[in-house]
Write a protein that binds this ligand. Sequence first.
Ligand code: NAD
Ligand code: MG
Length: 341
Amino acid sequence: MAEIYYDNDADLSLIRSKKVAIIGYGSQGHAHALNLKDSGVDVVVGLRPGSSSWAKAEEAGLEVKDVPEAVAEGDVVMILVPDQAQRSVYAERIAPFLKPDAALFFAHGFNIRFGYIDPGEGHDVCMVAPKGPGHKVREAFLQGVGTPDVVAVEVDASGEAWPLTLSYAKALGGTKAGVIKTTFTEETETDLFGEQAVLCGGVSHLIQAGFETLVEAGYQPEIAYFEVCHELKQIVDLINEGGITKQRWSCSDTAEYGDYVSGPRVIGPQVKSAMKDVLSDIQDGTFATRFIADQDSGALEFKALRAEEEQHPIEKTGHFLRSKFGWTQQDDDYVDGSAAR
Ligand code: NAD
Ligand code: MG
C-alpha cells in the first residue's frame, strides 16, 4: 500500500524556520510562493530582471530578487522554471550561489531523473509535486481543501530531508488533502506517461478523432463539439468523484451498454501496445532526449506542432460556441499565449 501523509504527520515549524527561494513565478511558482507565504513561511521569489512576472509577484506582496540573490539567501530552493530551462538556469544562476547545505526542491523529477541536473554533494534533493495545475493549487488552498501532492527524497544529505519535505507540502496545502510517497524515477516516468498517453495526448486526440468522425459524416460541428468535447467535463467530474463505476451509474443504461461493447473497439489492444511503446521511450530516455534536443535548437518542432494543432477545426467551433454560452467565456486568460497569472 502506498504511504500517505496528512497534516498531522507534518511539522510546519520546520519550513517556517527556513528562508525559501522560489525560482520562477509561472503556473506552479505563483501558487507555491503565495501558499507558503500565507502559511507563514519566509519566501523570496527569484526571477530574471525584466521578467514580466516581477511586478505581479511584487503586487502580490512578495519579495522578489534576481535569481542568484534569491538563491544565495535560500535554505530551501524550489526550482519552478520550465523543465527545459532548468539545466541552464541551474548551472549558471543557481549552483554557483547555493548555500553549501541548501535543500533543492523540485515539482517534477525530469532533470534529476534524466541527469540534466547533478546536484553535487551536501544538498538534500526533495520533491513536492502537486497533482494539479498551479492555478488549481492556489484556488484549492484558498478554499481550504488543498491539492494532493506526490513527495519524494532523492538525496537525504541532512538526515532531515523527509520531515522538511512534508513540512513544505503542509505549507503548500498538500497534506490537507493527503500526499503520497514516491521516488523521482517513479514520479517522472509515470507523470510523463500519464500526460502523454492519457491526460493530454490521449484525451486531446480522442476528442479530435471523435469530432472528425462526426463532421466527416455530415453532422453539424457545433453538435459534434457538444457530444465529444463539452460533456467530457461532467463525465470526468463523475469519475473523479466515484470512479468509472459512478460515471456508469449516472449515465443511461444505453450509454453504459455502449461503453461496454464499443469502448474496447475504439481503445483496443493496439492502443495498449502503443502505450507500451510510449512508456518504453520515456523509460529509456528517448522522449527526454528528443524534447531537450528540440528545445535546445529553438523548439522548432514544438512550435510547428503547436501551430498545426491550433488549426484543428474543433478549436474554431469551440471558441465560437463557448462565446454563445450563458456563462463567462474563459478563453481569454490564455489565448494570447501569456496566461493571466
Ligand atoms: P511555467 O512555464 O508556468 O513558469 C515558468 C516560470 O519560470 C515563469 O515565471 C518564467 O518566467 C520563469 N522562467 C522561465 N525561464 C526562466 C529563466 N531562464 N530564468 C528564470 N526564470 C525563468 O512553468 P510551470 O508549469 O509552473 O512548471 C514549473 C515546474 O513545475 C516544472 O518542473 C513542471 O514540470 C512542474 N509542474 C508543473 C505543473 C503544472 O500544472 N504547470 C504541475 C506539476 C508540476
Ligand atoms: Mg503530471
